[in-house]
Design a protein around this ligand. Structure first.
Ligand code: NAP
Length: 161
């Protein structure tokens, strides 16, 4: 079994029916396992062009967090007018959730993070950054700001145990 669900690299070959991608283009994408192989063969809809300014090490781990955040927001049915509380908002999945929540028309995004990540979080389009003790205290946030209508808590399994 070859592990790995995300990859980035340069296209070596394209299938006969593929349009829009050419040999030599830098891309990133996902695969359900097998992404640590070199080379890797995937359907064209699992690949997108790598932005020129995106470092390879970012591209190589990009898709899982972005998809995880998008899927979470979809399952929570986050929509226009929601107040979304995102715990661990400075983490990989949380940071994507913060950025993907805004275009959905939510009224407020509240992100929590430990103090070391507050500066990072304040530079993101959240309404507030607040200390999240361990375990995080969403009740504190509820009392301080608006009542969330959706809560995403992408805390690691290690942190939950
Ligand atoms: N497709 C998917 O479904 C998918 C994809 C990626 C990840 N995940 C899952 O999402 C979770 C997060 O993954 P990640 O890669 O985003 O992790 P990560 O980058 O390590 O971020 C996790 C964040 O959790 C916060 N945290 C750690 N311990 C905490 C505690 N005790 N209380 C509150 N917050 C705590 C930390 O933020 P502070 O230091 O600021 O507190 C940290 O930034 C994992 O369970 C992972 O398996 C799922």
């Amino acid at each position: 079994m070859v592990p790995g669900n995300e990859f980035a690299g340069t296209i070596e070959q394209v299938g006969e029916d593929v349009t829009g991608l050419t040999v030599g283009e830098p891309v990133l994408g996902f695969s359900t396992l097998g992404a640590y192989a070199e080379p890797i063969v995937v359907p064209v809809d699992q690949v997108v062009r790598k932005p020129a300014t995106m470092p390879w090490e970012v591209a190589g781990g990009f898709s899982g967090h972005a998809q995880g955040a998008r899927n979470a927001l979809n399952q929570m049915k986050v929509t226009k007018g929601d107040t979304v509380l995102i715990n661990a908002a400075a983490g990989g999945l949380g940071a994507f959730a913060v950025q993907l929540a805004r275009p959905r028309g939510v009224s407020t995004v509240i992100g929590t993070a430990s103090p070391a990540n507050h500066e990072y979080l304040r530079a993101r389009p959240t309404s507030s950054a607040e200390n999240s003790p361990s375990p995080p205290g969403p009740a504190t946030v509820w009392r301080t700001w608006r009542t969330p209508t959706a809560i995403l808590r992408p805390v690691t399994a290690e942190a939950r145990s």
